[in-house]
Ligand binder design. Structure first.
Ligand code: ADP
Ligand code: TRP
Length: 321
């Protein structure tokens, strides 16, 4: 089973990325042939600063390795180190009706949020299709917001295959229903672009507490029972808790003896504790950047080989000499 997942390097990793994409993925590497890359060409669609993009790409690689990507088990690389994907992107563009992209939610959402429309943002799903199809990916673990992109990939692959035979494998998306969409501090989907994220590797415990304190909660006065179901603090905290501990926390809400301030403090402790080991590993990788470069370079070598073989077939099919 070949599984592919990509992450954008457009900002620091947050808890939504972790529970929505990374944690399930890290668990998968025990069971399947996992391919993971930093999607820096995709990040370019919204990047304004070259140094920042470079930095974020490398930081994301370090973060991934720290959080549990094991290069012995998983092929890990940076998207732009296997540029064959751009050739495939162009070829696939011919099999992509405009209407298919015009219907893409993620594009429409980004434009609605004030991100300037440009062609790269518009054709983003075609590049994602190229990532997926280049490697004959069978499964793509994604957050709910990315399902449509995998569907678009299937549409494009089907159109291509109808014309040239069974060249591309049709991928399937896998969504971890339990985690669904992780809310941010304002209760909307947590996202770098919405500035409502809690970063995994926030520098200090104090800063993390400050961030938790910003979570919007209702204004029930201290001393009254609190509703946990709609509470952003509870919803984020529950990600870190097993069933018993969730019930415990629900009891604390119902008891009326604690206020939101207490739960924000508790949430800070949960987050800080969960990532303690990853923080240590991260220090180690930051002190040894060449180790990270070697891992990425090994990954890219492997991908370039696979990509060259696939592109031979694709070029041949469409008549590119
Ligand atoms: P962002 O929205 O912050 O820009 P990305 O688009 O880089 O995040 O998302 C990277 C991965 O993390 C994707 O698989 C995406 O579905 C997942 N993800 C991001 N935010 C969330 C969230 N709030 N809940 C669940 N999964 C998420
Ligand atoms: N669009 C994905 C995201 O924002 C990142 C991505 C790019 C990706 N190419 C991919 C994910 C291929 C899976 C497979 O999260």
């Amino acid at each position: 089973m070949r599984i592919l997942t990509g992450i954008q390097a457009s900002g620091k990793l947050h808890i939504g990325n972790y529970f929505g994409a990374m944690k399930p993925m890290i668990e998968l590497q025990e069971k399947a042939e996992l391919f993971t890359f930093i999607a820096n060409y995709h990040s370019l669609t919204t990047s304004k600063d070259a140094n920042l993009l470079r930095e974020l790409t490398f930081d994301a690689a370090i973060d991934y390795l720290s959080l549990g990507i094991d290069p012995e088990k998983t092929t890990f690389w940076v998207q732009s180190d296997a540029p064959q994907v751009l050739e495939l992107y162009w070829i696939l563009s011919k099999f992509t009706p405009m209407g298919l992209l015009e219907r893409a939610h993620s594009y429409k959402d980004k434009v609605a949020k004030g991100i300037g429309a440009n062609h790269a943002l518009f054709s983003y799903p075609v590049l994602m299709a190229a990532d997926i199809l280049l490697l004959d990916t069978q499964k793509v673990p994604v957050g709910k917001d990315q399902i449509q992109h995998v569907e678009i990939t299937r549409d494009i692959a089907t159109k291509f295959n109808n014309e040239y035979g069974e060249i591309f494998t049709l991928p399937e998306y896998v969504v971890n229903e339990e985690v669904a969409t992780i809310p941010g501090i304002d209760g909307q989907k947590m996202s770098k672009s919405y500035k409502n994220a809690i970063d995994i590797f926030i520098e200090t415990e104090k800063k993390l507490q400050k961030r938790c304190n910003k979570i919007i909660s209702s204004s029930t006065p201290l001393g009254e029972p609190l509703e946990y179901k709609e509470c952003n603090i509870y919803n984020i905290a529950s990600l870190f808790l097993d069933e018993d501990r969730k019930l415990e926390l629900q009891q604390r809400y119902k008891s009326g003896q604690e206020g939101y301030g207490h739960f924000k403090k508790y949430l800070k402790e949960l987050i800080w504790e969960e990532f303690a080991e990853a923080r240590e590993k991260r220090e180690m990788y930051m002190a040894n950047p060449n180790l990270v470069k070697d891992i990425l370079s090994d990954g890219a070598n492997k991908i370039r080989k696979i990509a060259d073989e696939k592109m031979k077939i694709v070029r041949d099919a469409v008549g590119i000499l």
